[in-house]
Design a protein around this ligand. Structure first.
Ligand code: MN
Length: 721
């Protein structure tokens, strides 16, 4: 296990200005927090974050990254909290650790191959700071190196697949070639252990037979280049078992036919020397057709530059040769880390918040943005693109991608239409949150459903996905029509009865054409929504009625002073119950008088909107005095238990505590305040309007009585208009 001073020394070696004290504090904090925890290998858990930090020193990362590496598992696996990290190490570190913690919660479910693409996007989206991704990759490298200690074969396999499908491609994408190769090879060893073992055995065999073949070829290439006057550093290696395996699969050849298993690297001083070295090699050794690639004139999307060629080299062995300058070599080895290193002139190494790191991130964005090579895993995907998306999880860990601004309702509809239709609430990361909340990246969302629930018209105002909106609209349209049909039928029944006829659907058959209605439901819906009056329908069905001189006052509203009480009662029996009508669809409560169950009420049919319910003494009813055909006798549905909004006007003394006693009295009487507005304020008095959810008019009357008994309250009235 690396010791504290060793780690600090390694960092100081490339970054003399590193925050030594902070690294030491992080080291001690992590060691304390992980305490006696053990890894699957039996090592103390704390050896893991140190190894991860050590890996990152190779890439000369700033102290914030090193500290993040030391702390990266403390939130997930120890009692430490995000607040602790923020307080002890500052918000920059806090943000980085939080990012890595979120990434560690991502788990690919086995065999959900199509998730891989989304998961890669999620990882990128969560890695708002590239250092988060670098720490995560180092974490994965160490976990893969110690994968064989894990007992469960299923778990090993899942981690290996995740590494192969998500982390290796991401490492490649940001140019961390070496990490990519190591991750792939380790994952390969888990997923295809036998294949890897046989490739290694074969490589061993060839090595025995050929002696130090790599050494001999390296020497000869070295001499060849020196003779041409080119100063070069050469290195040779066998390709990794995984890359050999890929080639075998791609070319569908057996290991015996696969000669191209050695690769040599030529590092020279300048771009010019690269091409000179290439010319020298090509003039001495026959070239393998179609193997030459010039990544200097056309760099790879991740910034990689090199010349690649294949030749029949020394002893007629088929080899691959990569030629590059020192600078290119560093980029190839260190990926984005090197990229950033160059831009800071090698001097000021620390990634500070003065904008340098943002330039670095921008450069990464550029690299990602200009990726157009279809062979790339993340083809045509730009980091910016993910800014329009959020990625959330179901409780089972399935990933749901949604547009930014999406709410739990959108999430519910994305899971399944039925889940959307019946959702009543949502838990986001374990906490109950309003359905209109906006979801964030990595949120785990659990939708609570109820069979009694139906889509609410209010949802339409905050959903952002087309699917949710379409479902809600369609439901409302269907529901609204059903409500109009019901209401229209009730109105027609009453109008027919007033003339001494029984209403049946059949009675309408003869007049459907006249009203351009497709069915009797169609016609009753028209009456319900108020585009057609019941009287028009009745006199069309029974034309003889039209001939009779009739007063239009048959439907004169009840409750008018001119009407005798006896008649009122008779009408009540004909009243259309508002049972089953959903507020906001075919029926609306008037905003002026806020009718409550128990109030005497009347409906006003409003063209295209169904019926609006007023209290019988509402002043606004005067407006409809001249159109009696629009008045509709309605009655409350006794069984209905929904909350209704009552409104009260108050005048209270302008002194401390008054408002408190008002709200206390209302709460004691089980009223729920939904709105409160101060309408006037003088030296002595406040005037208020308060909306309260109550069961019925009696409930509201009780509250008003209780308020009147409160000393600081001057007057209380139920609001009228
Ligand atoms: Mn870890």
């Amino acid at each position: 296990m690396m010791r504290q001073f060793e780690l600090v020394e390694r960092v100081k070696a490339y970054d003399p200005g590193a925050d030594e004290a902070a690294i030491n504090r992080a080291y001690v904090f992590a060691m304390k927090m992980h305490g006696s925890q053990k890894r699957a290998s039996g090592d103390p858990y704390f050896s893991h974050p140190i190894e991860v930090a050590g890996l990152l020193t190779k890439y000369r990362l700033d102290s914030a990254s090193i500290i993040t590496a030391l702390l990266h598992d403390t939130i997930e696996d120890t009692p430490a909290t995000q607040e602790d990290i923020d307080r002890l190490f500052g918000t920059e570190i806090g943000r980085l650790v939080d990012g890595v913690t979120k990434l560690s919660r991502i788990e690919m479910q086995s065999d959900h191959a199509k998730q891989a693409e989304n998961l890669r996007k999620l990882v990128l989206a969560l890695s708002e700071d590239i250092r988060v991704l670098l720490v995560k990759l180092a974490d994965r490298v160490h976990n893969m190196r110690t994968l064989h200690y894990i007992q469960s074969a299923d778990k090993r396999r899942r981690i290996a697949m995740e590494t192969m499908d998500i982390y290796a491609p991401l490492a490649e994408r940001i140019g961390m070639q070496e990490i990519k190769a190591e991750l792939e090879d380790l994952a390969f060893g888990e997923l295809h252990a036998e294949a890897r073992a046989s490739i290694i055995a074969r490589l061993d065999f060839l090595r025995e037979q050929g002696g130090d073949l790599i050494g001999r070829i390296t020497d000869e290439l070295n001499r060849t280049l020196a003779d041409a006057g080119i100063a070069a550093t050469l290195s040779g290696r066998e390709k990794t078992p995984f890359s050999i395996w890929l080639k075998m699969r791609k070319k569908n050849v057996g290991f015996e036919q696969l000669s191209d298993i050695m690769a040599f690297r030529v590092v020279v001083d300048s771009v010019e020397d690269c091409y000179r070295a290439l010319g020298t090699i090509h003039s001495k050794y026959p070239m393998v057709p179609d193997r030459f690639k010039d990544y200097i004139s056309t760099p790879k999307p991740n910034g990689y530059r090199s010349l690649h060629t294949g030749v029949f080299g020394p002893e007629r062995h088929r080899i691959e040769v990569q030629i590059r300058s020192r600078e290119m070599h560093e980029v190839a080895e260190l990926g984005v880390a090197a990229h950033w290193h160059y831009k800071t002139d090698g001097g000021a190494v620390a990634l500070s918040t003065d904008g340098r790191q943002y330039r670095w991130v921008r450069e990464l964005l550029d690299i990602l943005e200009h990726a157009s090579n279809p062979e790339e895993f993340l083809e045509h995907t730009k980091l910016e693109m993910f800014q329009d998306q959020v990625f959330c999880f179901t409780p089972k860990g399935d990933l749901i991608a949604l547009p930014r601004g999406a709410t739990p309702v959108d999430f519910a509809y994305a899971v399944h239409s039925v889940v959307g239709d019946t959702c009543v609430g949502a838990k986001i990361n374990g906490r109950i949150m309003p359905l209109r909340s906006r979801l964030g990246n990595g949120d785990q969302v659990e939708i609570i459903t109820s069979k009694a629930q139906t889509p609410s018209p209010t949802w339409e105002r905050f959903v952002v996905t087309g699917k949710a909106r379409a479902r809600i609209r369609r439901f409302i349209r269907t529901q609204q029509r059903a409500q109009y049909v019901d209401l229209g039928r009730a109105i027609l029944t009453r109008a027919f009865r007033a003339e001494g006829y029984d209403f049946t659907d059949k009675a309408l058959d003869g007049v459907l054409k006249i009203f351009k209605a497709a069915s009797s439901d169609d016609l009753t819906a028209m009456v319900g929504e108020g585009t057609l009056t019941a009287r028009e329908v009745v006199v069309t069905v029974y034309p003889e009625l039209k001939a009779q001189q009739r007063a239009a006052d048959n439907i004169v509203p009840i409750g008018r002073k001119s009407r005798p009480a006896s008649e009122r009662r008779e009408h009540s029996s004909n009243a259309v119950p508002i049972r089953g009508l959903i507020p906001g669809m075919a029926m609306h409560y008037a905003g002026c008088c806020h009718p409550l169950p128990g109030d005497r009420i009347v409906g006003i049919v409003t063209t295209g909107r169904g019926v609006t319910i007023h209290t019988i003494d509402c002043e606004n009813l005067e407006k409809y005095a001249d159109t009696p055909e629009r008045w509709l006798d309605v009655s409350w549905d006794e069984s209905e238990g929904n909350a209704h909004t009552g409104r009260i006007d108050l005048v209270v003394a302008n002194e401390p505590g008054t408002l408190g006693s008002v709200t206390t009295v209302i709460a004691k009487n089980m009223g729920n305040i939904t709105n409160l507005k101060i309408t006037n304020r003088t030296v002595e008095f406040f005037e208020l309007i308060i909306d309260i959810e109550v069961r019925d008019v009696k409930h509201l009357t009780n509250i008003i009585a209780a308020l009147r008994a409160t000393p600081a309250i001057n007057s209380v009235e139920r609001a009228r208009n």
